[in-house]
Design a protein. Structure first.
Lengths: 115, 114
């Protein structure tokens, strides 16, 4: 089955530690995205990538880093510089053909809790 | 910048009641509009979309019409079921380069009771 997988489902981190969230897709999509979800705030874009080895900051990139070494993979690192990292993180992907009407497909999410 | 405003929840309805969730947007240009649904503990799923003015998106009994004159994309369903209980997000797509960045509303939680 085609889709997006994220791991782990739950992640606990101590303050001051970096942590990497995995996102893999087998939909052959060129574009991939990371969003952060907080209660009552909807989803906010952290980073996105349109092509391998290239990515752009979203609205809330500070304290996060990404890489795109393979088309299928777009890992997100939450660094110790992120002031309030506890949140639900969602990865998505989409085709680039057809423009802004394209659907984004979402993974099941990773819930990160900083202890 | 672009923004989406949707009605605050939670919305609590009895089964078979009529549902409306209001959504209005602010955008430059001509965005595409989406409704996504999120069930507890899961990611988002596309419910329906519309890509130009006066388009109507529909799926699973839900409908929404892209109204450019009122910058709205209200979600409606004639008869809700308990299984429709979820959080509903309105979103618009701003094309940047060739990628489509989504701007989301804050979500509206729907609870349907027997």
């Amino acid at each position: 089955d085609g889709g997006i997988t994220q791991s782990p489902k739950y992640l606990f981190r101590k303050e001051g530690q970096n942590v990497t969230l995995s996102c893999e897709q087998n939909l052959n999509h060129d574009a991939m995205y990371w969003y952060r979800q907080d209660p009552g705030q909807g989803l906010r874009l952290i980073y996105y990538s349109q092509i391998v080895n290239d990515f752009q900051k979203g609205d809330i990139a500070e304290g996060y880093s990404v890489s795109r070494e393979k088309k299928e993979s777009f890992p997100l690192t939450v660094t110790s510089a992120q002031k309030n990292p506890t949140a639900f993180y969602l990865c998505a992907s989409s085709s680039l053909a057809g423009g802004p009407g394209n659907e984004q497909f979402f993974g099941p999410g990773t819930r990160l809790t900083v202890l | 910048g672009d923004s989406v405003t949707q009605m605050e929840g939670p919305v609590t309805l009895s089964e078979e009641a009529f549902l409306t969730i209001n959504c209005t947007y602010t955008a430059t240009g001509y965005p595409s509009l989406f409704w996504y649904v999120q069930y507890p503990g899961e990611g988002l799923q596309l419910l329906l979309k519309a890509t130009k003015a006066d388009d109507k998106g529909s799926n699973k009994g839900f409908e929404a019409t892209y109204r450019k004159e009122t910058t709205s994309f209200h979600l409606e369903k004639g008869s809700v079921q308990v299984s429709d209980s979820a959080v509903y997000f309105c979103a618009l797509s701003d094309q940047t380069g060739t990628a489509s960045k989504l701007t989301f509303g804050t979500g509206t939680r729907l609870q349907v009771t027997l």
